[in-house]
Design a protein around this ligand. Sequence first.
Ligand code: LLP
Length: 466
Amino acid sequence: AQGVQRDIDGVLAVNGLTVSALKEQFGTPLFVMDEADFRARARSFKDAFDAAFADICGGVDVYYAGKSFLCTAVVKWVKEEGLRLDTASGGELAVAARAGIDGSRVALHGNNKSDAEINRALDMELGRIVVDSLDELERVAKIASGRGEKAKVMLRLTPGVHAHTHEFIATAHEDQKFGLSMAGDSTDQAGLSAAEEAVAAATSHSSIELLGVHCHIGSQIFEPDGFALAAEKLLRFLAAMQEKYSIVMPELDLGGGYGIAYTPVDTPRPAAEIAQAMAAVVRSTCAELGITAPRISIEPGRAIVGSTTFTLYEVGTLKTVRVDAPAAETGDTAGTPDQGGKNVTHPRRYVSVDGGMSDNARPVLYDADYSAILASRTSAAAPQLSRVVGKHCESGDIVVRDVYLPEDVAAGDLLAVPGTGAYCWALSSNYNYLARPGIVAVRDGSARLIVRGETEEDLLNRDMGV
Ligand code: LLP
């Protein structure tokens, strides 16, 4: 986060508030979020895309993807910074409603929305329901018609762009659960794609207002090419629908997925660069096709919240083991003689902290890399190859696989793991009956609990005790 520095004694501080003071007041583990940083990232994302698309469609609607991290305070910040909100369940809609964001600025996603969720979306008069399948389209049409209402609908398409972190490959169709396939004859004998069938079906229902199409090609993407290719494919689809059925859809959503740097090896392109590359393709494709550009929207989550937060842990047990590993794997060549390319033995220290996979499942789920720093003090001691691990009963419970921490790290020290704003608290669990940590928002030197940590009472609450 931007407001993180060390104070005069070397204690890590956010906006002047030290981690020792935060620990004292709120305990550990703790998610520490820099509110000003969140607001700044939200604004700068919006500004970058608005600037790039100003001449094309007068700007871009930015829907913050609540699945990455959601609570009432965050919805308020999103609203105040002029963004909108993307939700994926009735529970996320409940948070939106509590925060008082206007339904017209909220979208609902999901490949398996319940009737109750669809009804809730209509109750809240959502700006868009993103329909994921033909089956769901019929359900939304039926529910809206039963209420005598018109549902505002976007169709989620799978443009066949499979995005990896650093590259993308175009595939004929995507074998995954989301979206309507754009590949011909995917469901229909007449050779129509599921996407085209959905357009035809949507326009036949008087209870559906078809706003446009949507795609989301993946997450933690660094390069603009995949986004640009997806935009081009969807624009061609819009033009084809316009020609064939005289349907003009006014909106195009290009989803989220903008990557962030977790460690120094990650090199995401700046938002402005991605926005400009996407805008260039939208501009040229619309010109080539002779269509008016639709209003563009995007759904970034991680890129806004990811880097605004660090997790604060307290160090407990330490142990050092000697491991055999190729020197290249660890980079630990100093002092360990190379035995002709064979394995070398080196020490690895395990540093246990008071959380783990219950507050950050990403290393175990995705092999995600993080870093860690000694936060409660500075140390002149030599760096030692360390593995930060949690307190759960699984050997895969790793917080940071390889990190150099000072040799004198000891029980009671505080470690900060940066970049935990997205998909950490959101994916947290009560594994081993650990209480999920709270989240503190720091602003102008004061800390405010925006989600309290769980207590032992919370943990026992739902157990019926029978
Ligand atoms: N829009 C849609 C339709 C999505 O499915 C997602 C993420 C987003 C937007 C936001 O993507 P973002 O900008 O945050 O990358 N748990 C995984 C990430 C799952 C992403 C799911 N969908 C992780 O921790 O990396």
